[in-house]
Structures are given as C-alpha cells and as structure tokens.
Design a protein around this ligand. Structure first.
Ligand code: URA
Ligand code: SF4
Length: 199
C-alpha cells in the first residue's frame, strides 16, 4: 500500500480554497494554489504572493510579472513554463501588493511545505527576497544570493531576481539585474539537463 497522491493533492487544494487562517482571506477574491506537474516534478518556482491578476484568475504568475517570468524561462532558458511547478509563499493576495508579513507567511507555510513534500523536487527556485529569506531563514539579500546553488534540506535552492524587480529595472547592460537573470536562467537550464541525464 502507498499513499494515494491524487487524493492528497485534492485534499490539500480543498483546504487552501477554504482557508481562513490569516487575515488575507478577508480581501482575496480567489486563492492561488499553484500549478504545474504534480508527479515527476524536477523544479518548483516559489514567488511571493498573488497580485491583482492572480487574485482575479486563481492562477500564479499570469500578470505582467508572470508574462516576463514565462519569457525568461522559455526564451532565455529554453525551459517550457508548463514543465515547472509554480507557486507562492502565500496563497492569497496581500492588499496593495505589499510583502506578506511574517505571521501571514507562517500561517500559510503548511501548504507550501505540503506541496514540497508531495512534489519532492530536485531544485527550488526562489524569486526575490521574500521566498529566499523565508526558506533559507536568512536576512541576506537577493543581490548577494542570486545565481548561487545552495544546499537546502538535501536539495538545491537557486535564488533569482523577482520579475517585478526586473520590470522596474529595465536595463540590459552587462551586470544589470536583467543581464544577471539571463545568466541565471541558463545556469538553471544546464542544471535541469544535468539532472535529466542522471535519471
Ligand atoms: N508575483 C508573485 O510573486 N507571484 C505571483 O503569482 C504573481 C506575481
Ligand atoms: Fe490561508 Fe494562506 Fe490565504 Fe492566509 S494566505 S488565508 S494562510 S491560504
């Protein structure tokens, strides 16, 4: 006998859909659970929290930042978006797109933890300070941490800039956040290829 993964996923999704564990439940229109392959998942991308478009649709990274993320993955790295699991630290939109508080992240973390246990990926990509600092329990900033392969719970954690930050920093000059992100996504692709070769 082994656990029925589909039932576990269904139960988790239902729990999130009805969740009222923190104050963000009062202002959300939709919870944003996450999406991607639920089996044979190599890479999980963790963002901060839903924005307006995500709150309206119930899907992660579908607004401007999401479109940029998809472009970075697909055009920059040759990594199809649908091959990755994409979710966030909090599943409900923080009002005015503020950062989720420590309490909100803490309330919501049981869902991300369950997702990671069910997915058991090889790599977790964190986008920006919020998920990077939350998972690593560090106060180091994203500029110092991005592009590094960090051992985390026996798998690899790879911080990258958040696409919203890139929208505000449009330069493509050498050493700019966009230029560095272009390098990072190539490094991510190389890691995925290496992992696929090994299995
Ligand atoms: N920004 C995030 O961090 N997550 C989303 O899902 C969308 C925008
Ligand atoms: Fe529940 Fe997370 Fe939404 Fe808070 S953000 S209400 S903990 S699902």
């Amino acid at each position: 006998m082994s656990i029925d993964i589909n039932t576990a996923w269904d139960e988790l999704k239902q729990k999130v859909a009805g969740c009222q564990k923190c104050g963000l439940c009062r202002t959300r229109n939709n919870t944003v659970f996450g999406e991607g392959p639920e089996i044979n998942c190599r890479v999980v991308i963790v963002g901060e929290g839903p924005g307006a478009d995500e709150d309206a649709t119930g899907r992660p990274f579908v607004g401007k930042a999401g479109q940029l993320l998809t472009g970075i993955l697909e055009n920059g790295g040759g990594i199809p978006r649908r091959s990755l699991y994409i979710t966030n630290i909090v599943k409900c939109r923080p009002p005015e797109n503020r950062n989720p508080s420590r309490e909100e992240a803490s309330s919501c973390s049981e869902y991300l933890e369950a997702q990671l246990l069910l997915l058991h990926p090889d790599v977790v990509v964190t986008l920006g300070n919020v998920p990077t600092q939350w998972l690593l329990k560090t106060s180091q900033g994203i500029t110092a941490l991005r592009g590094q392969w960090i051992n985390w719970r026996g798998i690899l954690l790879f911080p990258m800039f958040h696409p919203s930050f890139l929208l505000r920093n449009d330069s493509r000059a050498k050493g700019s956040p966009k230029d560095l992100t272009w390098q990072d996504v190539k490094s991510l692709k190389a890691k995925i290829d290496e992992l696929n070769k090994g299995s």
